[in-house]
Every structure is written in structure tokens, then in C-alpha cells.
Design a binder for this molecule. Structure first.
Ligand code: CP
Length: 302
């Protein structure tokens, strides 16, 4: 495929190839000279219509480590504010001889729409509540690194499943790699169709923690909520927030993940986020190698 639009579209073999390529790039990133010439003839535009810290910087660093030329576009400071359409915006950027587009957009399906209308390779850096494929890849890569394999592991995704593109991409990715997946959260934040994806559903966070090898904890996305759902942040934190006392009650090892940004004291207390159980910053570190692998593999496909 010329694009990475979602994990739904790629095979377990594609994911393994991305991981093996990322292993090589991770080794490169640990060398004193962290750069390779692989994409020196390629120009990449990072087009962000939604806020981002990790994903935008991680893609930019991945591109620079691969020696690509990079331009960054943020909708808030662009002519989108004057009414320019998505297709016009991207076609104007592509006229400047850009080869690949990394795009984040608030509308589910925006990169798929773009893929039908432009010629460049596209990487989805998050489309609304739909998919965030490179986040799922770096999450699964981090589980593989920490536990040796993803197959056979039990992963609980805990939090706002309804509004989360990270949850959907993680479910697809972890299942393709042979993991068992559970989602956990209040009924109002778990969509009814989740069961049809073949995941377990749990509403008791302590039971979810007891079941899983890895807890991937997600943020409550107030900015996406059209109406005010139960629970409030205070209620969520009271009933679903994960703290050290809960982990101390478990009679086993557990790995804690979070894609960021963390709402400290809501879904995760600092005594867990900053503990030895957490691999949150390793996820961010691995994101650069995984994105290098994705860009490198796509650049070879025209
Ligand atoms: N994990 C993630 O997508 O973070 P940003 O929104 O900061 O990119």
C-alpha cells in the first residue's frame, strides 16, 4: 500500500516488517550519529489541523533522522482560516514538489478522502475519533520490547473508549498480533459496537487490572464530547482513576502505558505515571523509530 491510513487495512506481516525495520532504526538512534541518508531525496509535509505535541515532533524528528526535507503546516496559522479547502490546501503544498503527507485532522476519514484525491503517499497521524495507526504501532512495539512478544498477552485499554482513535487502532493492532484485548470504562464511554470487535468489556477497573498484563490508560477527551456525559472528571477519577494503592493490591507485575497527554490525577495518579511500572516515556522514545520505519517503507512505494 502507498498509504498508512489505518491499522484495519494492514496485515500482521506488514506490522512485523514495520517492527523489524524499527528495530534497526532504534539501534541507529542509539548511536552518536543518529542520522541515515535513506530519504535524502524525499520531501515530507506534516499537516496538522489539530493540536499535537508528541506526534508532530516525533514525525519531524523521524523525518530529519532519515535526512528528508521537512515542511510543517499548522492550520491555525494558515490560509485555512481564510476559507481554503482541504484539497486546495494540500494540492498547493504538493505543487512545491512534496512527496509525502503526514496529516492529523479532526474529521474521521479525512486522510482516506485525501488519498482518493491526491497523488502523494499519506500517513494518518490521527483522524478524529477514528484511527491513530502509528500510535498503535509504537504501543505494540513497546509491549513487544518490554514483554518479549505481543501474542498471548492480555491488554486492557482503560478510559474513554468512545472518543478514542488510539483505542480503535490498538484493538486492531493487538488482535492482529495475537493478544487478548479488554476495554474498561464507564458504560457511557464504551460504544455498543465494541463487543462486535471481539474484545472483552469490563466496568470495574480493579478487575481489569487484575486480568491484564498491560494496562493502556487513555485520557478523558472532554474536547470531543458533544454533550456532557456522566461521569464528570471528579467522578471518573473517583471510580476509574488508577493509583498506586490499587497496584499494590495486585499480586503480580503489571505494565502501565499511556499515549499522552496525561490528565494527572484524573485517569492516572502521578504515583503510577512516574513509577517503575510505567513505560510511558519509552513509548515516546520508540515512536521515533517506528515512524522512521513507516516513512522508510512507504517511501519505497509510489
Ligand atoms: N499521543 C498523541 O497523539 O499525542 P499528541 O496529541 O501530543 O500528538
Amino acid at each position: 500500500t502507498r498509504h498508512l491510513l489505518g491499522i484495519k487495512d494492514i496485515s500482521p506481516e506488514d506490522i512485523q516488517l514495520i517492527f523489524e525495520t524499527a528495530d534497526n532504526f532504534k539501534e541507529v538512534l542509539n548511536r552518536p550519529i543518529k542520522k541515515v541518508p535513506s530519504l535524502r531525496d524525499i520531501t515530507i509535509a506534516n499537516i496538522f489541523f489539530e493540536n499535537s505535541t508528541r506526534t508532530r515532533l516525533s514525525f519531524e524528528l523521524a523525518e530529519k533522522r532519515l535526512s528528508a526535507d521537512v515542511v510543517n503546516f499548522s492550520s491555525s496559522t494558515s490560509s485555512v482560516k481564510k476559507g481554503e479547502t482541504l484539497i486546495d490546501t494540500v494540492n498547493n503544498i504538493l505543487s512545491m514538489k512534496v512527496d509525502m503527507v503526514v496529516m492529523r485532522h479532526s474529521s474521521p476519514g479525512a486522510p482516506h478522502f485525501l488519498a482518493r484525491n491526491i497523488t502523494a503517499n499519506i500517513v494518518n497521524a490521527g483522524d478524529g475519533t477514528h484511527e491513530h495507526p502509528t500510535q498503535a504501532l509504537l504501543d505494540a512495539f513497546s509491549i513487544r520490547e518490554k514483554l518479549g512478544d505481543v501474542a498471548g498477552k492480555k491488554i486492557a485499554i482503560i478510559g474513554d473508549i468512545l472518543h478514542s482513535r488510539v483505542a480503535l487502532s490498538n484493538i486492531f493492532c493487538l488482535q492482529k498480533l495475537g493478544a487478548e484485548v479488554m476495554v474498561c470504562g464507564p458504560t457511557t464511554l464504551i460504544p455498543k459496537h465494541t463487543v462486535s470487535l471481539g474484545v472483552k468489556v469490563e466496568h470495574d477497573v480493579e478487575k481489569a487490572l487484575q486480568w491484564c498484563d498491560v494496562a493502556n490508560v487513555l485520557r478523558i477527551q472532554l474536547e470531543r464530547q458533544q454533550i456532557k456525559y456522566f461521569p464528570s472528571l471528579r467522578e471518573y477519577s473517583l471510580y476509574f482513576g488508577i493509583n498506586k494503592k490499587m497496584l499494590d493490591r495486585l499480586d503480580k507485575e503489571i505494565v502501565i502505558m499511556h499515549p499522552g497527554p496525561i490528565n494527572r490525577g484524573v485517569e492516572l495518579n502521578s504515583d503510577v505515571a512516574d513509577s517503575e511500572h510505567s513505560i510511558i516515556l519509552q513509548q515516546v522514545e520508540n515512536g521515533v523509530a517506528v515512524r522512521m520505519a513507516v516513512l522508510y517503507l512507504l517511501a519505497g512505494v509510489k
